[in-house]
Each structure stands twice: as structure tokens, then as C-alpha cells.
Design a protein around this ligand. Sequence first.
Ligand code: G6P
Length: 492
Amino acid sequence: MYTKEELKKTIVNELGEYNLIVLSNREPYIHTMKEGRIKVQRPSGGAVTALDPVMKACGGTWIAHGSGSGDRKVVDKNNKIMVPEGDPKYTLKRLWLSKEEEKGYYYGFSNETLWPLSHIVYQRPVFREEDWQMYQKVNKKFADAVIEEIGRRNNKKTLVWIQDFQLALTAKYIKEANPNIICAYFWHIPWPNPEAFRICPFKKEIIEGILANDMVGFHIRYHADNFIETVEREVEAKTDRERNSLIKEGHETLVRAFPISVDFEEISRQVALEASLKRAKKLKKDLSLEGKIVFLGCDRIDYTKGIPERLIAFDKFLDKYPRYKEKIVFVQIGAVSRVLIKAYEDINSEINRLVGEINWKHSTSDWTPLIFSKEFVPYNDILTFYSLADVIVISSLHDGMNLVAKEYIASKNDYNGAIILSQFTGSARELQEAFFINPFNTDEFVDTIKQVIDMPQKEKEKRMKILRDIVSDNNIYKWAATVIQELSKFYL
Ligand code: G6P
């Protein structure tokens, strides 16, 4: 297993002379005010889950939007705070957005334009000129924060590692201010095929913004190839197939696939702690899960995650195999997200309605088939849920990677678990021992639920062992080291 110590060595060897700055929209720690007291929350979402352990191992500065109600209260005069609390390892620098900026850049262009455009799940993207203006303005603001940050430092060179679709133009503004700064970009969601992307009125500017980076990473080769094809169709650029790179106006951008992962060792350690085992017992008792087959869904509430599809499949399963009534419970944990957007409000209501209907239809005096928790669930409790669930169901209609699958595997120290996994997730490419479904095919979904329940324990354990080897061999530290090494071969 690749360790955080090895990553540290790689960083020292490859980046010894460099400042490392990470940029993302979402911050890794959110301070909220509750009843006059400040609490720290760890947001749900793949990008921060993956990057936090990397930053803890290598140190540096992470610049992100300060979105919590208590965020301003805890930072110093430079808007900085060392994190995590109690065991500080790196600097979080917060950048503030006005309501108007957040509306246009985050809710509008990021989540009503780029998110549906990239996922292609039949949610129509919205193109508003004013959102696009705000997106450019805020991307520039992130670039200015980088330039300001570098200004305060010594003459060391800087590597800026930009995360995700909210910041597609930032490298362009950084390079305009200082072309010597190395910029690497990671696009954490799918990149669509050229036919889907071509409808975007701002496509040329977005592509040119991304090509200002020295390297662009995607989770899987398929998305990287989609990006190359899109560039070839939309702008004047040369493709170098040997180096897998794109050259525009003399500037080269490497295009790579780096499947992201999780901190396998840490998750595995956490769930083995006495406190976690106690929590598992308590949760089982409190939720009447003892002696039941526990199915788990754990997602940010988003229309890409296929939550209604899985609830409908569960309903049909109980119709088709009524002998499982009272023997099985489906726990769905869902962190509400992007609630100001109508499509998110709609998906929330749809899930609430389905949970109500299915429970009304099947429940008995001693048994409720579905438990739906919309409350914020602390990360430790999520890990405990993973460890006690017999089966996790990941039914995304389209997903860049899906780290829930990998977190669940890391939590199964006893090999006792199985994954029902959508074939439309990036993680499906690596996790070949999962039980694959097409979430749009309800009958197949129902049969797969039955297949998992019927499979002999020994066979499930065998599959889980293989899955654990895959995730532990390809953990988050190896991912980060591979990115840095690839970059250093060419630029550092
Ligand atoms: C996905 C995206 C991330 C985003 C996360 C949570 O994983 O790739 O960029 O941060 O969802 O979404 P939110 O809008 O709450 O940050």
C-alpha cells in the first residue's frame, strides 16, 4: 500500500522548491453558527473528501469559498485558518462571495449550466448571460487570490492545483498575470461527448480557459478522450497523440486520466475503533436494524444519483419477493444540496413522496422498510453506517467517479459486504467485483438485489477481498503522487 509518508517523500523530491496551492469552490471545513456556538462540519462531495488527506500529508495552502455562517469569525486578518482543528496540517484561506456572485457563479453557471451539461441525465442545462458574466468574475477572483498569496511569499516557484468545473477559467487569469506559475487542473465530473457540449454558447471560452493549464486530469480515459475530441471540434488546436497532449498557440496541455480514490488505511482504522463498534451497535438498536439485512444508500441529494430509481427498484423487489418483508431494511442517508435550485427542490420532493408511498404500502406494525435521513450526518457516523450495511446501493445515472463505493470497501475490514454499482460511474471501471446495474432498467435492478441476497457468504467475501486489494493498492496518496510525478516529468 502506498503511504502518506511516501507521498511526502515524493512531494519533497519533486516539489521541494515549489509552493503548493490548491483551489476549489467548496471548502474542506465549514464553520457554522448554531445556537450561538461555532461548529465545524465536513461537507459531503467527492473533491474535498479526496483532497483533504492529501493536503494533510503535504501541507500548503488551500483557497476556497468561505460559505459557512461562522467562517468569518474564525479566520485571521488574511482570511486564513489552520486546519483541521486540534491537529493543524495546512492553511485554509477563505475567499468571500457576495450573494449576487454566489447566485450567478455557483447556483447559476456551475450548477444549472455546467453540471447538467456534463452529466447528460436529461436535465436541461440553462444558459444565462448574466450567470456567465458572474462565473468569469468569480474565476478571476480566485486567480487574484492566488496572485495575492504568491506576492507575500519568497521567490519559490508555484504550483497551483485547481479543482473542478466551478473554476474552468481560473488558470487563464493566473497565466495572464504570471505565465511562470504551473497550473494543473482536475475535472471531477464526467466530460460529455462533443455532441452534448457543442450546444453551450460559451464553449470556446471554456475550452480556452481549460487549455491555459499545463495539465488537465479526468477520472477515466473515456472522459479525457471526450475532452480531446471536443477540443478538436471546437477550437484551433493540435493534438499530440504520442504525448497525449493538446497544443494551442504554442502552449501545451497534457491530458491525463487519474482515477481518484480515498484514504483506505484511515477509513479502515476508524471503523475498527472501539468507539465506532459501539456506535454501530447503538445505531442498529436505535433504528431496529438488528437481525435485518441492511441495504444502504448514501448520497448528496442530486438528480444524477439515481435515488428515485433505487427506491422504485426496492419497492418492486418487495412486490416480487414478499417473503423478504420484515427481513430487510433500506437506510437512505442524503445530505441536502444546492437547495435554491428548482431541480434540487423537485428531486427532494420526489424522494420524500416515494419514501412515504413505499413505506405506506409495505410497512407492518413492527417494520418500516425505508429509513430516510435528511439530517446532516457526521463523517464518523457515515463510516459506521458503511461498516454495518450488508449491501450498499450506488445507482448514479452518471457519475465522474463515486467515492462512496471506495469508502464502503475501505470500511469492510471483515469482508462482510457487497456493492450494487451503476455501470455509469467512473468507479465501475476499476471495481469489477461489484454487482453491476443499469439504473434505468428496473427489472434487472430487482433481479440484482435478489442475486446479492442469495449469493453465498463465502463468494461475497471473495469478491470483497479483491475489491479491497484494488482500493488499498490505488489509494488517494498514490493518486496524488501519480499526478505530481506526471507533472514533474514535463514541467517541474
Ligand atoms: C461533486 C463536485 C464537487 C462538489 C461536490 C459537492 O463532487 O464534483 O465539485 O464540491 O459535488 O457539491 P457542492 O455544490 O455542495 O460543493
